[in-house]
Design a binder for this molecule. Structure first.
Ligand SMILES: [Zn+2]
Length: 334
């Protein structure tokens, strides 16, 4: 694999060594259909789209045994629990709901009440999920994460807001701000702003030092897995003029014109480049929240993954990391 020279030239700070690590198990509670032209430019066709998961990650911290989530997917009862305007925005192309994350976890024999932390990558409806099954969990998110439905759900709950102007942060790997959640280097919350101002990714150590390995859970840093390929390519984040049908064009008021998936495009691209730099490392595997490539590879007969799918902490030994390829021929719709 030849690395894009611009990506190879980005700063990369040392990652501290350490013994503690985490098991990381992906599970999926919803499926979205993503139009390619909304997320990558140039697109292969104006109508191409594919099904993508809403990944949640169940994380077990060793040696404490504490369990965490990174993202909670789509609230299973979104049609009745979201405000009318948001529900109306989602209704024209509704997600497929596979279950509530808490209930899915229980089916796999784990107790949601034991979950000590829920980290939410950002404020959007397809990530904030349903926190009710996790009554003891501290909910962690960036500066603009605790609004809308998550703001309502977390009223009276213990929360931790990662505000980079206030928390003690370090420069880690390709990121200028990282927060050491356990203080042992096993879970770093990193500043991956751009999609939203407070967007967080999580760099999780999956095997101990020496020669530690990591996964970078990247949320909605971008939506097309090929954008994080560290190889030289000409693809960029997409903008598009409107959403909705041609006879009834509509644009969500929260999105700036022209419509795009990111609130700050230059910052979003900067974060994509830093994430591409991470993907270039042999001991780091990046997984996006809607990573259809890994989902297609892992899901087998059970789209939800849990409990049939074992953790991905052994990804390096098992050869799970895939070279990112642009494969529009594998889309569900051309
Ligand atoms: Zn999303």
């Amino acid at each position: 694999m030849s690395i894009d020279p611009e990506i190879a030239a980005l700063p990369f700070y040392p990652i501290p060594e350490g013994e503690s690590y985490c098991e990381v198990t992906p599970l999926v509670n919803g499926i979205l259909n993503i139009p390619e032209a909304h997320i990558i430019t140039p697109a292969s066709s104006p109508t191409a789209s594919y099904d993508a998961p809403t990944f949640s990650f169940y994380i077990k911290h060793e040696p404490s045994g504490k369990t965490l989530f990174f993202d909670l997917g789509i609230r299973y009862d979104w049609a009745t629990s979201f405000e009318e305007e948001l529900a109306g925005f989602i209704t024209p192309s509704p997600p497929i709901i596979l279950g509530d994350v808490g209930a899915i976890l229980k089916e796999g024999g784990a107790n949601p009440e034991d979950v000590s932390t829920v980290i939410i990558s950002h404020r959007h409806w397809d990530h904030t999920g349903n926190i009710a099954p996790f009554p003891k969990a501290e909910v962690v998110g960036g500066i603009d994460t605790f609004i809308a439905d998550l703001g309502r759900q977390t009223a009276g709950r213990q929360t931790l807001v990662i505000d980079w102007s206030k928390v003690k942060s370090s420069k880690i790997a390709a990121f200028d701000h990282a927060y050491d959640y356990f203080g042992d280097g096993s879970v770093w919350l990193v500043d991956s702003a751009g999609h939203t101002a407070g967007h967080l990714s999580a760099l999780v150590r999956t095997t101990p030092s020496p020669n530690a390995t990591y996964v970078l859970l990247s949320g909605d840093t971008c939506h097309h897995p090929f954008l994080i390929s560290p190889t030289t390519h000409h693809f960029r984040l997409a903008t598009f003029p409107t959403r909705g049908s041609s006879d009834k064009p509509r644009q969500h008021p929260a999105l700036p014109p022209p419509c795009c998936m990111h609130s700050d495009m230059p910052r979003a691209w900067d974060t994509v480049c830093r994430t591409r730099r991470m993907e270039a490392e042999d001991n780091i595997m990046v997984v996006l929240a809607h990573d259809n490539v890994y989902w297609r590879e892992w899901k087998g007969a059970e789209g939800r993954l849990w409990p049939s799918k074992k953790g991905i902490q052994g990804w390096k030994k098992q050869g799970l990391k895939l070279e990112r390829k642009y494969e529009p021929e594998k889309y569900d719709r051309q």
